[in-house]
Unconditional design. Sequence first.
Length: 336
Amino acid sequence: MHLPDKKELENDIDALLSRYAVGSIHQQTILKEFILSTLLFNWEDPDPEEIVPLKEGLDEIRNAITMFKHYKYDSKITIFGSARTAKSDDLYQLTYHFAKLAVQEGFKTITGAGPGIMEAGNAGAGPENSFGLGLQLPFESLSKVFSDHPQHVTVFKHFYSRKLTFYRESQAIVVMPGGYGTMDEIFQGLASIQTGKLNVRPFILLDKPNGTFWKGFDEWIRAHLLEDCYIHSDDFGFYTLLDSAEETLRYIQRFYHHFFSYFILDNRIYFQLKIKLSPPQLSELNLIASGHGFGEIIFIRERYYNNQTLFVYSCLKLDKMNFAIILKLIHHINQF
């Protein structure tokens, strides 16, 4: 079999995209690189067990993106927790109550589409206001909440594509007590925020009043990870312990009071705010930023997004970022 060189292959891909591709030039460039990477990988003669997970993962991510496409402007809260929590348990009732309150305030929920805490998070919100990211397991069935709304469920074979979707599609994380799976979701989320792979967001460990589950978790983190210098004291800002559905919802709402979002492009951070800062407010924010080695925060422009005006500010990104500082800036912005 004749294998063309890379340039010949790129020309063939360009010809294919000229006939079938849609979207912007930037989108087509990404698609071209994706196709090229896939074909180059195929030339390495991979075994089926090496290429099948890539194909399956791509299909799962594509299906999830399709499910969420019409809800991209809706604020969503991911709820994690045990599949083994009984309906009679206070934690089930707390989750149900929180999900119901969240929907009343304009949020939608995302869970793992299973029983226990997941079922409570979907049932409290209602299937029309929630989504399920199910997982193929030999010992666990999907919740019946979505029986009449199958379009709100995507079933995954692989953990990696499922967890990516949980975090990509939500603006806040609420974690109820749980087992190995819940711990996996917590630590991947916290490590991703700590390293900047995931944007800072509300990450709440919710327990029943006088519950000791998360208090014990927090004590262990402090006694071992902090004491042995495996994490920095600033890293405790990435999660918050609460024991009330109402306070959890208020915390999430306060986080997005004036702050909307941020993104990093090249060597700059861009903050999108719901208010335009006054000169004194901007000076106050810059005082905090400069104290942590950030460049000057400057106003860039206004932009219109989903029926609201956002005010974009930017500053130079540090080469070695402590993303806890971004969290401090967000909290200060929301106090204005």
